[in-house]
Design a protein around this ligand. Sequence first.
Ligand code: GDP
Length: 430
Amino acid sequence: MKSTQSQITAIVGTQWGDEGKGKITDFFAGTSDYVVRFHGGNNAGHTVIVDGNTFKLHLVPSGVIYGKPISVIGNGVVIDPKVLIDEISYLKRKGVDPKLIISDRAHVIMPYHIALDGVLSDHQQNLAAGSTNRGIAPVYADKMFRNGIRMIDLLEPEVFREKLEKGFSFNKKLIETMSGELLNQTIEETYKTYLEYGETLSKYITDISVELFDEYKSGKKILFEGAQGISLDVDHGVYPFTTSSNTATGHISIGTGVNFHKVDRVIGVVKAYLSRVGESPLPSEFLNATADRIRDVGKEYGTTTGRPRRIGWLDLVQIRQAVRVNGLTEIALTKLDVLNNINQISVCVAYTSNNETIKEMPASLTAYRNAEPIYEDLPGWGDLPSSVWEKGYDALPSKLQDYVSFIENEVKCPVRILSVGPQRHETIIR
Ligand code: GDP
């Protein structure tokens, strides 16, 4: 199984996250010089299985598992230094000494951001995405308030003290007013602990914009690894049921500080069905024995909570938006094996809402709440031939090929990668 690669490739989610981006990224990472994260924080998660060895990563790009590429955490990412230090230790225990650089401009998740997240969740109740309570929304908000602390500040005790006093007092007031309880944190303790974190991470902290720019000019290959998916993008997703960052490729330049005006290859990862954690309307959701079976076969349970995920049929209204907003040049279609032996596979091609047919994602929450899926029902393909990945696309059952052509035709984007199992080799390139 070979992969051809352009100088700059981006891999992004086209749904609600958990599409299998980790596996696709991992597939390309080995031939890259840099693997870069440009948004989000440790609210994301990738699972990569290499030679039977499972790696679960939340913050470090999954390309780290290879010796060659340098992993980059861009300024658009928000960093919990404790989580990062733990992840570096986890990798070392698994025999990987990470080649890592971290943007000096990335914002730091502070303990009071995590405390505020809990208060915020109580306030938002059902009108927001299920928060992971890791401080992500509060740290991004503090960045916009210009109250934030950046990685470089952890290396400058005086500046850090000034900024901490400002950030701490602001957040303390907010937390205590909203919760009616005293914040159980002190400036002194936070100051000391975070200076230590800064010292531990100092060797990784640098101006990644300059390094990436110079290396790009000298012809190095760069892979951008998106987290979550388009419907969770804070601008283009189903707001307010989104994450707090921009998941779309448009954020690549902002989140790294390099004007990558030409990303030659943009791969959108599409799972052959939908799964969703947390609240929000979900037009193509269904609840029956087939959904239960997809959940079980696809292991659609929350990675940390173990909670069963909601299941839906593939929604092409969502994918149409992902193709347009991200400028996808191709699709990687994953978890096809999970739909084996299902007699009839439905695909949502549009919605009916308020007596109108909708083919594009509505901004209106009323329209999305009222959306009824319009399905095209396609025949299932039964089982896949054994070791089908060795035999290539032409060996796939014709009904599966029809399913692929149907998607391509509806969303006007070619499917070039097909994933038929969790292992790296269980992949077909067309
Ligand atoms: P991400 O959040 O998009 O990065 O999702 P992950 O890469 O963590 O993938 C979610 C899960 O799907 C992991 O357990 C993967 O091993 C698994 N997975 C990925 N591709 C396939 C596939 O084609 N078939 C099956 N059965 N599992 C897959």
